[in-house]
Design a protein around this ligand. Structure first.
Ligand SMILES: [Zn+2]
Length: 681
């Protein structure tokens, strides 16, 4: 589901003053009036919530508002956040438990020692303030000292250096053979987040540009560089990105069903090195520990070739200015209080938030992302989750059994595709709650290190571990993500559903839940994830996770036709400010939401005395959410998931059970006639 990735704001959104002024004028003009969307008003938008005066008498016109009205009116977006939601309430629950692991001095063991040490180092402002901006000063001096391309290359090959690399390299599995690690080579992440922004700036691009430029202009004077000079460095850096961005795929490309095929450019290592004449790719990759690569997956060869084309003396100044910009911006979160506060200011511009979240919350998030394995293990040692694992596994098995029925009743599917689909279904790996096996972490010691040095030590440790995986076989018993994140995944390259500890709380899972609540919560999440095995992307990967078209041409065409009807329906909707819903971007996730609900309704149909009202109302509760305008805009334009009010309303209106439960008939806002429904499954 990948709904709420933490820190997505980091490189995600930013406001030119002009754009900000336009926005304020618009808001003032509309004061007291709702920013009308259609067919429903977008109540995910906090400005709209503030203006509604009455809870609807029934859910006939808008289930989302009917169920979540009281919550939305009462909730206030906390300082430092761009939204509030049921998901965040669950992550609050998990974090509260996690904080006890970080602060309980009676706990013992190597994991606890690592995570508690890191937590204290993050909060040690005296030590951080004493270090100040020295690490970036050192990095920037090393960049300024570069006088030719060979020296630039030497900088990229220096493993102690924190300068940004122009290609990102990591051992990961291939799409043709997902059992073996190869070397994946990706483009760098852009300051404006989406390469399309370099052609035509949207609100988001303008926001990013303004926030990061302002940030740079505030950081550089701490290093003895004037604001005027900082502005020039920024423009030069952006000019370099503009040249490169033309060869980088856009966000829309990433969300398109053909993305996996377009990026599956696997080759022998020699062929990968041969993509470059100027840019010494082999030397740079070798210095990072990956010189022994046999196979490479170059996701975007056009980018590597563009980088190679401009890796020449006449671009040296631009390269240097770009590296200075990144050195100044990328490490602020690990430095002193002043840098920390500047970063918060930029984040507030990006996400529309105000103030800052408590330092302890930030510290917890950093521990989880930098010391994931020790933190996950220490959490599980304190909180026994074995019963939870049994129950989640049971519901996953129940859902898979229902999908077997569902696939057998889909009339538009040929027997040939159906047979392959069932094979894939039977091979789905259920990763429930926590893994049984963990990687070895014994080589890492952070004793005596401050925050900044700890982060660097971990970076090197992780890099060495990742490089050691290259050319080896995958061990599926090891999971490579944070199980405390409030999220769930389908992994096509492994054909696995991952229903992890961090989502098991609040509206999704409690021991005292009724069956209806459980199915509306974690059940619909599980049903959603399984369906990804059979969506436009899942159709390209087989039961073992290898890229392999297993649908017949006719069936796949029929699938696309059904998906197109759904895309058209979403495209007909307006969210706010005249902005349309992006049907093509959200098709996969919308299909998955509906399939998840169909699965739950199928399971409920086998039970007696089902309270459907409770089921649908509980479902609407999982999508309770309000956003600042900036966050809402970002979700609408860049996120593969529909806005929350649509995840509730469009999903439920596809089903007779919903219409019947609430006596919804033609003319009601939630009504959708059978011929207009957009269910793919
Ligand atoms: Zn999903």
């Amino acid at each position: 589901m990948r709904t709420h990735r933490m820190d997505k704001w980091k490189r995600a959104g930013v406001l030119l003053l002009a754009a900000l002024l336009t926005m304020l004028t618009a808001v003032v003009a509309a004061e007291g009036k709702l920013d009308d969307g259609s067919p429903w008003v977008d109540y995910d938008l906090s400005e709209n919530v503030a203006k509604v005066t009455e809870r609807p008498a029934n859910p006939k016109d808008d289930l989302q508002l009917y169920v979540n009205y009281d919550w939305a009116k009462a909730v206030k977006i906390r300082p430092g956040y761009g939204s509030e939601s049921s998901f965040m309430a669950v992550s609050d629950e998990i974090r509260k438990m996690g904080m006890e692991v970080l602060t309980d001095k009676t706990l013992q063991g190597e994991d606890v020692e690592l995570v508690q040490g890191m937590y204290e180092a993050i909060l040690d402002w005296d030590a951080r303030n004493a270090l100040g901006v020295e690490p970036i000063r050192k990095a920037i001096e090393s960049i300024q000292a570069v006088s030719n391309m060979d020296e630039l290359t030497a900088l990229f090959c220096d493993t102690d250096s924190i300068v940004k690399q122009f290609i990102s390299v990591a051992a990961t599995v291939g799409k043709n053979d997902p059992e073996t690690y190869l070397l994946r080579i990706d483009p760098l992440g852009l300051l404006l987040a989406d390469s399309a922004e370099y052609k035509t700036r949207t609100e988001m691009g303008e926001r990013n540009e303004a926030a990061y430029r302002k940030l740079l202009e505030k950081v550089m004077p701490k290093l003895g560089v004037t604001v005027e000079e900082a502005g020039k460095i920024w423009e030069s850096a952006l000019a370099l990105e503009t040249e490169l961005a033309g060869a980088i795929m856009t966000s829309a490309d990433h969300l398109s069903p053909d993305y996996d095929k377009r990026t599956n450019n696997e080759m022998n290592a020699e062929e990968a090195w041969a993509l470059c004449r100027n840019y010494p790719i082999f030397d740079i990759v070798s210095a990072q520990g990956y010189g022994h690569a046999k196979r490479c997956l170059v996701s975007e060869p056009a980018y590597v070739q563009k980088l190679d084309e401009i890796y020449t003396e006449d671009h040296l100044e631009k390269f240097k200015n770009y590296l200075i910009t990144c050195a100044a911006l990328d490490h602020l979160g690990t430095l002193d209080k002043e840098c920390h506060d500047l970063l918060i200011e930029a984040n507030n511009m990006l996400s529309g938030s105000t103030g800052s979240r408590p330092d302890e919350e930030t510290a917890y998030a950093i521990v989880c992302s930098t010391l994931t394995t020790p933190m996950n293990r220490a959490f599980l040692a304190k909180y026994d989750s074995t019963k939870m694992k049994e129950e989640v596994t049971r519901i996953c098995e129940e859902c898979i059994a229902y999908y077997r029925e569902l696939l057998s009743t889909e009339e538009w599917l040929s027997d040939e595709t159906r047979k392959k689909a069932v094979e894939k279904l039977d091979a789905i790996r259920i990763n429930a709650v926590y893994p049984e096996k963990w990687r070895d972490y014994s080589g890492l010691s952070l004793k005596g290190l401050g925050f900044y040095d700890s982060v660097n030590a971990i970076r090197k440790f992780e890099k060495a571990y990742n490089a050691s995986l290259l050319n080896t076989k995958v061990d599926h018993d090891l999971w490579n993500f944070d199980i405390l994140e409030t999220n769930a995944y389908y992994e096509p390259l492994e054909n696995s559903i991952n229903i992890i500890r961090g989502i098991l709380g609040g509206v999704f899972y409690r021991e005292d839940m009724t069956t209806e609540e459980l199915y509306a919560g974690i059940g619909s999440v599980i049903g959603h994830e399984i369906s990804h095995a059979f969506d436009t992307s899942g159709a390209q990967f087989d039961a073992m996770g290898a890229m392999n078209d297993w649908w017949t041409k006719e069936d796949y065409a029929a699938f696309l036709g059904r998906a197109q009807k759904l895309i058209d329906y979403y495209n007909s909707m307006t969210a706010f400010g005249g902005y349309k819903v992006q049907g093509a971007n959200i098709q996969g996730e919308a299909i998955a939401d509906m399939a998840g609900m169909k699965c739950m309704l199928g399971l409920l149909s086998k039970k007696e005395n089902v309270d459907y009202r409770r089921f649908f109302e509980s479902y609407a509760k999982i999508w309770a959410r309000i956003n600042t305008r900036e966050t809402e805009y970002y979700q609408l334009m860049q996120d593969p998931h529909p806005l929350s009010y649509l995840r509730t309303n469009v999903t439920v209106q596809q089903f007779d059970e919903f219409l019947e439960t609430f006596d919804i008939v033609e003319g009601d806002g939630m009504y959708l006639s059978p011929e207009d429904r957009v269910l793919v499954w």
